[in-house]
Design a protein around this ligand. Structure first.
Ligand code: G3H
Ligand code: 13P
Ligand code: ZN
Length: 284
C-alpha cells in the first residue's frame, strides 16, 4: 500500500472515538516492528521521524525503509515528520515523500507560529500532505520546572480556537501536562482543559509525551478528543532494555542479529499493547 495522509486516519478515528498510535522510527528494526505490530492487530499506524532520527539515519534511508515496509503490508501506514521546527527540513521531508508533517512553532510568538504554519499549509494542501501544528509548550520530564511554571506553558483554549480559525490546520498538538521522556511519577493531565479545547476547535487533537501516561489516562484523553498518541520513550526502553538483558546474559555474543532480533520482538510486543489501549486494533 502507498503511504496514506495522517488526516485521513485521524478523521476516521475522530468519528469513531479511538486514536491512532504514532510511533517514532529510528532504525530498520523499529520500522519493521511497528509494521509487524500493526499487521498483527489489523490497525492503521503512523511512523514518525524526528529531525534527530533523520540526522541519524539519513532522510532517504528513513523514507526508503518506511516506503518498503508500507508497500509490503495491507494495513494503512503514514510517514510523518515529528516536531519539524525548521521550515527547510519540513520542505525536504515533503520532497522526499512524507505523507504528513508537523510544523512545530510552539516556541515562537503566536502570530509567527500562525504565519509559518500557514506557509506550510499552503504548500501541503494542494499535494495532499497532512499538517499538524503545536500550541503550548510540551516540555521534557528532565526540564526542572515547578508545576505552576509548567501550567503556564499549557495550551490556552481561546488561543487554540483563534489558532485553528486563522490556519485551518488539520490536527493540533496541545500541552495539558504531558512531557517527553521518562517521568518520575504519574503525570496529572488537565482533562478540563482538553475538554474546553476540543469543544472550541473540533479537529483531531494530538497527545505528545504519552509514554509514561497510564493506560487509564490515555483512554480518558481519547474519549475527550485525542486522536493521535505519540510514543517514543516506551520503544527506546523496550529496544535497549532487551539488548541490555541479552548482553548481560551472554557478554561474549558478537552477532548483532542475536541482540537486535530480540530487541525488535520486544518493540512488537509494546506496540501491540499500545494499539489495543488506543482502540485502533481491527480498524485497518
Ligand atoms: O518528541 C521527541 C521524540 O521523542 C523524538 O526525540 O529528537 O531524540 O529523536 P529525538
Ligand atoms: P514520549 O517521550 O513520551 O514517548 O513522547 C514521544 C513524542 O511525543 C514524540 O513526539
Ligand atoms: Zn512530541
Amino acid at each position: 500500500m502507498a503511504l496514506v495522509p495522517v488526516t485521513e486516519l485521524l478523521l476516521h478515528a475522530n468519528r469513531e472515538g479511538y486514536a491512532v498510535g504514532a510511533f517514532n522510527a529510528n532504525n530498520m528494526e523499529i520500522i519493521q516492528a511497528i509494521v509487524e505490530a500493526a499487521e498483527k492487530e489489523n490497525s492503521p499506524v503512523i511512523m514518525q521521524a524526528s529531525q534527530g532520527a533523520i540526522k541519524y539515519a539519513g532522510l532517504e534511508f528513513i523514507t526508503g525503509m518506511v516506503k518498503i515496509a508500507a508497500g509490503a503490508t495491507r494495513v494503512p501506514v503514514a510517514l510523518h515528520l515529528d516536531h519539524g521546527t525548521d521550515f527547510d527540513q519540513v520542505m525536504k521531508c515533503i520532497r522526499s515523500g512524507f505523507s504528513s508533517v508537523m510544523y512545530d512553532g510552539s516556541k515562537l510568538p503566536l502570530e509567527q507560529n500562525i504565519a509559518i504554519t500557514n506557509k506550510v499549509l499552503e504548500i501541503c494542501r494542494p499535494i495532499g500532505v497532512s499538517v499538524e501544528a503545536e500550541l503550548g509548550k510540551i516540555g521534557g520530564t528532565e526540564d526542572d520546572v515547578h508545576v505552576s511554571e509548567r501550567e503556564a506553558m499549557y495550551t490556552d483554549p481561546e488561543e487554540a480556537r483563534y489558532f485553528v480559525e486563522k490556519t485551518g490546520v488539520e490536527s493540533l498538538a496541545i500541552a495539558i501536562g504531558t512531557a517527553h521522556g521518562q517521568y518520575q511519577g504519574d503525570p496529572k493531565l488537565d482533562f478540563e482543559r482538553l475538554k474546553k479545547i476540543k469543544d472550541l476547535v473540533k479537529i483531531p487533537i494530538v497527545l505528545h509525551g504519552s509514554s509514561g501516561v497510564s493506560d487509564e489516562s490515555v483512554r480518558k484523553a481519547i474519549s475527550l478528543g485525542v486522536c493521535k498518541v505519540n510514543i517514543d520513550t516506551n520503544i527506546r526502553e523496550a529496544f535497549v532494555g532487551e539488548m541490555r538483558r541479552r548482553m548481560e546474559e551472554n557478554p561474549h555474543e558478537i552477532d548483532p542479529r542475536k541482540l537486535l532480533g530480540p530487541a525488535r520482538e520486544a518493540v512488537v510486543a509494546i506496540i501491540r499493547d499500545k494499539i489495543r489501549v488506543f482502540g485502533s486494533a481491527g480498524k485497518a
